[in-house]
Design a protein around this ligand. Structure first.
Ligand SMILES: Cc1cc2nc3c(=O)[nH]c(=O)nc-3n(C[C@H](O)[C@H](O)[C@H](O)COP(=O)(O)O)c2cc1C
Length: 221
């Protein structure tokens, strides 16, 4: 698969089949992804790959919390700025409406937050979740590095016929996650990435993007 095809076909998949993911594929992907760039070559990411019984138990615990309406653990970083304004707020609202309509959750459903948390807590049925942590001493530059690393992982997963869904929602249940993976207190959870084969026959969402004239300026051309 060429790089354009990997980029084009990557999307946040929210319906995975229970087909297991061979660990040798994940080892190959994660070994190759280590080539991702990072400022000063710090390679600040700490990744935990969770599957099998520990993942089943983690999903059970997180789902129970979501169903109970648990507001989640104290956040270590805001998911979004508190004062999100246009054009970001418009993009956010459009994507959220589209995403949850595809999942059959209506905008005015009073149980919407709980339903969203519950779907995320089950990792959309994925048989593997990668959890990416960063040392708390790291700053915005290293959080950017972790983003580049995770995109490299997600593109390589496409090359292997696998799909993914990055999930910041796991930070709601970060204490439950940390209990499962045994991460050191000095590490902060950035996000989870659900990994697996896509479930067949499910309508999938093709999200839009702003025109590049809105996000890119060519200078000197
Ligand atoms: C860091 C990060 C965190 C995300 N967290 C979630 C999440 O918790 N739950 C979810 O369903 N999607 C999550 N997404 C997926 C985005 O909603 C998705 O990437 C965006 O809407 C664009 O759609 P696409 O990836 O299908 O192209 C996350 C994406 C990123 C990059």
């Amino acid at each position: 698969m060429d790089v354009y095809e990997a980029v084009e076909s990557r999307r946040a998949v929210r319906a995975f089949s229970d087909e297991p993911v061979p660990m040798e594929i994940l080892e190959r992907v994660l070994s190759a992804a280590a080539r991702a760039p990072s400022s000063g070559n710090l390679q600040p990411w700490h990744v935990y790959v969770v599957t099998g019984d520990p993942l089943a138990e983690l999903k059970r615990r997180a789902t129970a919390r979501a169903l109970a309406g648990d507001p989640g653990d104290e956040r270590e970083y805001p998911m979004y700025p508190a004062d999100l304004t246009s054009p970001y707020l418009d993009r956010f609202s459009a994507a959220a409406a589209q995403r949850y309509a595809t999942l059959g959750i209506e905008r005015d459903d009073p149980e919407r937050p709980q339903k969203i948390a519950t779907l995320n807590a089950g990792a959309f049925g994925a048989p593997v979740v990668l959890f990416c942590y960063l040392d708390r001493a790291m700053g915005p530059g290293q959080w950017g590095d972790a983003g580049m690393y995770l995109q490299t992982v997600m593109l390589l997963l496409r090359a292997e016929g696998l799909h993914s869904c990055p999930q910041v929602m796991w930070t709601m249940f970060r204490r439950t996650v940390t209990r499962t993976v045994g991460a050191d207190d000095g590490l902060a959870l950035f996000c989870g990435v659900a990994v697996g084969f896509e479930k067949e026959g499910v309508t999938h969402l093709r999200t839009g993007r702003a025109d590049i004239t809105e996000t890119v300026s060519f200078i000197g051309v």
